[in-house]
Design a protein around this ligand. Structure first.
Ligand SMILES: Nc1ncnc2c1ncn2[C@@H]1O[C@H](COP(=O)(O)OP(=O)(O)OP(=O)(O)O)[C@@H](O)[C@H]1O
Ligand SMILES: [Mn+2]
Length: 564
């Protein structure tokens, strides 16, 4: 009896122990497998729906969603095909060619030059391409009629025109080289024209008080060659006001397709504010065309510094600024703009504004957090009727349509048939356009629909590199099509090449990063990947110039038109 009770107790104890052991084992296996499959942090990210991070995600927050999107679009070829040694050789070749330059032609080998070939006769067989637009032109980038009269002519032209012969092309190149050399001789002794001198008399008569302002001191430093003097005290003063000056008025600018606010600033200055919209690591949405890309204030800032480092000085002074969206903008806004303000569910102050792209409640400009907003502020240059601008439709403009192509995209002779043949380009404009193509390629800007210059400064006047808000859209790819003018025309300004070489040697991205660090209060305007892209693209530009020089000789490509 005693024995059987003992056996019962023992078996109960045994089954209980087995049960506990089994339970402990199962618990351990369960915990272990969960831990391996799902480390806590990763689980957090995975379970966060992407909608938590909209593409204009919170300020100061890394945009995880965009970073992940970038991963799937890796650049396969991260380097150019040119070596440092070859770039050094190119520099020697270009320098020597300039020293040896003789006669009226830039070309070394004159044997191909048929002096009986007549431009007039050649051009006479071709339909007119039309002349430059004037500032009365009102197209916007996205309007339906953007192609204008010029492009209609171009498409008719393609249908009937036979391909330009190699002989004509070579003769046309000689003709262009001679034309630019003639232009250089005519303009060699041109004196520098200051916008201050141009505007002085009418201001003295109508608004003499404006002559004593910081604004006018700065206007005097604008010339036909550059829109600011990089080492001047006038530039420093302009920056001071753009960055810290009290705002007297905030009004929407009617021109353009995306939100821009005109700011009244002290001392006669006006600023053009483009507000923060997307984080620094934001990349253009893969399914967005360049014409629906959102404008970026940090791209405007970076483009200003790149242009300055390149020695162009053609982007009007621009700087980043912190705003209090309520006291700086809402309280100074015109009634029209003030009406569009609201407080978001997150308790941030926002405004919509009125414009054709991204001016609705779901794309509002919002302080983050609360009233805190950053933006870029550019000095507003005088506009008509005070001075005259020329708005030139870019011959290499894109179609601004999801379904249409334009001629230059498929016709490799486009430069010969539409640009070189057009006498509007038988002067500095041709090489100014090449400078712009180089600049746009480096900053990745596909949105150069027009070229702007100040007509009031005479005929020997450079382009003003306005509107760079859609640059720095992607760092993981380089859009070679932006170099099409250089690839198809194969002309380039000697002085620009020399500067590019010097910059290459000093380290392009380092110069840009230093310039940003020295001149900007806003942090990390260009993320590391964008800086790397600058160096990579500069090499690609050299590779394109190398190809041109192999094809047409150094002296048939590099032109010294006297512009520095
Ligand atoms: N700093 C400036 N000084 C004087 N005029 C300017 C300045 N910036 C821009 N503008 C004028 O305003 C127009 C519109 O500006 P901007 O091109 O930056 O806007 P946008 O919205 O990108 O326009 P679009 O959609 O036509 O490209 C310019 O074409 C130019 O005529
Ligand atoms: Mn634009």
């Amino acid at each position: 009896m005693r024995y059987s009770r003992l056996r019962l107790r023992f078996s109960i104890l045994f089954s209980l122990t087995t049960l506990i052991l089994f339970f402990l084992l199962a618990l351990h296996t369960l915990l272990w497998s969960t831990a391996e499959l799902e480390p806590p942090e990763q689980a957090l990210i995975r379970h966060k729906p992407p909608s938590d991070m909209p593409f204009w995600s919170a300020f100061h927050q890394p945009n995880v969603y965009d970073l992940q999107a970038t991963d799937s679009n890796k650049l396969t070829n991260r380097s150019s095909s040119i070596t440092r040694q070859r770039i050094n050789e190119l520099f020697e070749l270009v320098r020597n060619a300039r020293n040896n330059q003789v006669g009226s032609s830039n070309l070394k080998k004159d044997s191909d030059h048929n002096r009986k070939w007549s431009f007039g006769k050649f051009a006479g067989q071709k339909p007119q391409t039309g002349s430059n637009d004037t500032n009365t032109h009102t197209d916007t980038a996205d309007s339906v009629g953007v192609q204008g009269a010029k492009s209609n002519i171009q498409s008719k032209f393609t249908a009937t025109e036979k391909v330009t012969s190699e002989h004509d092309k070579i003769q046309l190149r000689y003709f262009i080289l001679d034309a630019l050399l003639k232009w250089k001789k005519q303009h060699m002794n041109d004196t520098t024209i200051s916008l201050g001198d141009v505007m002085h008399d009418s201001l003295a008569q109508d608004e003499p008080e404006r002559l004593n302002t910081t604004w006018f001191q700065y206007i005097k430093t604008i010339t036909n060659f550059r829109v600011y003097d990089p080492n001047s005290s006038e530039l420093k003063n302009v920056f001071k006001h753009l960055q810290h000056g009290a705002i007297s008025e905030a009004n929407e600018m009617s021109q353009g397709t995306q939100i821009k606010i005109l700011l009244g600033l002290p001392n006669g200055l006006q600023g053009l504010l483009k507000p923060y919209r997307v984080p620094r690591n934001y990349q253009t949405q893969p399914d967005h065309f360049y014409f629906s890309d959102i404008e970026r204030h940090h791209a405007e800032i970076a483009a200003f510094h790149v242009d300055k480092v390149l020695g162009f000085n053609r982007v009007p002074p621009l700087i980043g600024r912190f705003f209090n969206i309520t006291s700086d903008i809402r309280e100074k806004a015109t009634a029209e703009l003030a009406k569009t303000f609201f407080i978001s569910p997150a308790n941030n102050t926002c405004f919509r504004g009125h414009c054709s792209y991204y001016c609705d409640t779901s794309h509002a400009v919002c302080g983050k957090p609360g009233d805190f907003l950053e933006g870029s502020v550019q000095v507003l240059l005088p506009r008509p009727p005070e001075i005259n601008w020329q708005k030139i439709t870019h011959p290499y403009r894109r179609s601004y349509s999801a379904i249409k192509q334009v001629e230059w995209e498929s016709n490799e002779n486009f430069c010969y048939e539409h640009v070189m043949i057009d006498e509007d380009y038988h002067n500095r404009l041709l090489l100014d356009m090449m400078d712009l193509s180089a600049f746009d390629f480096l900053i990745g800007n596909l949105d150069r629909h027009h070229m702007m210059r100040i007509n009031s400064l005479g005929t020997n006047t450079g382009l003003v590199h306005l509107d760079n808000g859609r640059s720095f859209g992607r760092y993981d790819s380089d859009d070679l099509s932006i170099l099409t003018p250089i690839r198809q025309c194969c002309f380039f300004r000697y002085a620009t090449f020399m500067r590019l070489y010097k910059i290459y040697h000093q380290g392009f991205s380092k110069l840009v990063a230093d310039s940003l660090n020295a001149g900007e209060d806003l942090q990390t305007i260009l993320v590391e990947e964008h800086l790397e892209a600058l160096d990579r693209r500069l090499e690609i530009l050299f590779a394109h110039l190398d190809t041109c020089m192999k094809k047409y000789e150094v002296t048939g490509v590099m032109i010294n038109d006297g512009i520095y």
